[in-house]
Structures are given as structure tokens and as C-alpha cells.
Design a protein around this ligand. Structure first.
Ligand SMILES: [Zn+2]
Length: 233
């Protein structure tokens, strides 16, 4: 096997689920009793901003009570000790990778703990509520929304992600269904450019066939094992 130097890791809902954060695509297309199109699309926000802001206020409050699990801890350890390039691309909008200590993290779907001003485009750290329409710290306009990428919106920093995929020797997908594009296509891009590809997921995913290797189990068990092997070399 060729030497591994550059690693891209994609993480999804499965890694946060073990910290008690419910998965985005719950059974039946409902997310805490709401339809995804009502709370996670620009159209839903335009139709009922109070509902959407209250929904995200609850989630922002809830994630601050959750803690990183051994899978987050293991990736933070890898980040600390890996001397080659490493990029943890997460689809999750919580901050559990950062709270575990990881630094090289890219939030392609934004983060719950930011507020985005639709008047001046400023993004500010935010731990409080938005439903009460607080003013933007930068411009004072009452036009803040959650800094999360909704369905129908463009994920963040795609150029940086593709640039990392182009030089990756290893691409690892952790706890993600392989159903939501463009992330679901990363394995094909990485593989066509010569990277080895590994999937760590609770069950075989829709995209499993694209990976060189697919391991099934809990992220909190599989990820620490995999990181130990990688750092042992
Ligand atoms: Zn503003």
C-alpha cells in the first residue's frame, strides 16, 4: 500500500447521534415532528420565520448540553498528531469536533453557533436565541438567521474541499448515509483521483459500493480503533 500522507475525512449525523443529537433525516422525513421542508429550506423560512427561528433556538440550546464522544475524541487525537495534511469536512452543524479539540475542521453545512446577518452578510458567534429578533452586532439590523445551509442552498467552501480531495491519499467517510449530494459524491471524486477510500458506518450505506473498504459498527468504537492503527505506523 502506498504511503498515506494526505487525509480527508467526511463526518455526518451518525457521529453526533452517539452524543444524543438526533439525526437530520429521521424516520418518515420528520425532524422533531416538523417536515424538513418547513424548517430546513429558504422557502420554509420565508413562509414562517418564527417557527424556523424557534426551532433552531431549541436546537442551539440543546447542542450546548451535549458532549463529544470517543469518535470525536479520536479524530481530535489524529488531528493533533498527524503530520501530513488533514481536513475534517463535517456535515454536522454542532461544534463537537471543536469541543473535542480538533482544529482542522470545515463545516460545509454551517454551524448552529453562528448567526448570519442577511442585511450586511456578517457572521457572528451566537449562543443565545434569534426568535426575539436581536440586532446584528455589526450593523444593528434585526435580520439574523441561523448560519446553517438549508436544502436548496450551496454548501460552504466547496473549492477548498475539492482541492483537498485532489491531493488525498486516503478518504474516510464516517457516519453518513451517502444520500445527500454533493457530499455523497466525494468518495467517487477521491477514488477517481487515486485515493484509497474507507467507510465507517453503522450499516452499509447507499454509497458503500464505491468504497474500497466498508466497516460496520458504532462510530465510538470503529473510529478510535482506526485512528490507533493509523498513528501506530
Ligand atoms: Zn448586519
Amino acid at each position: 500500500m502506498a504511503e498515506i500522507r494526505n487525509i480527508v475525512i467526511l463526518t455526518g449525523a451518525g457521529i453526533s447521534a452517539e452524543s444524543g443529537i438526533d439525526t437530520f433525516r429521521a424516520e418518515g422525513g420528520l425532524w422533531e415532528q416538523h417536515k424538513v421542508e418547513d424548517v430546513a429550506t429558504p422557502e420554509g423560512f420565508a413562509r414562517d420565520p418564527d417557527l424556523v427561528l424557534r426551532f433552531y433556538d431549541m436546537r442551539r440550546e440543546a447542542i450546548q448540553t451535549k458532549r463529544p464522544n470517543p469518535a470525536h475524541d479520536a479524530l481530535a487525537r489524529l488531528d493533533e498528531h498527524w503530520e501530513g495534511n488533514l481536513l475534517i469536512v463535517t456535515q454536522n452543524v454542532d461544534d463537537l469536533h471543536e469541543r473535542a479539540g480538533a482544529k482542522r475542521v470545515l463545516h460545509m453545512h454551517g454551524t448552529h453557533l453562528n448567526a448570519w446577518c442577511t442585511a450586511c452578510d456578517a457572521k457572528n458567534p451566537w449562543t443565545g436565541t434569534l426568535a426575539d429578533r436581536p440586532p446584528c452586532p455589526a450593523c444593528g439590523t434585526n435580520a439574523l438567521r441561523p448560519d446553517v445551509v438549508w436544502f436548496g442552498e450551496m454548501p460552504y467552501e466547496m473549492e477548498r474541499i475539492y482541492s483537498a480531495l485532489r491531493t488525498a491519499d486516503l478518504f474516510v467517510s464516517i457516519g453518513t448515509s451517502g444520500a445527500v449530494y454533493p457530499a455523497a459524491g466525494f468518495v467517487r471524486d477521491a477514488r477517481s483521483l487515486g485515493a484509497r477510500t474507507l467507510e465507517l458506518n453503522l450499516e452499509r450505506s447507499q454509497g458503500s459500493g464505491w468504497f474500497d473498504e466498508s466497516r460496520q459498527g458504532r462510530a465510538s468504537e470503529l473510529v478510535p480503533e482506526w485512528v490507533d492503527t493509523l498513528l501506530d505506523k
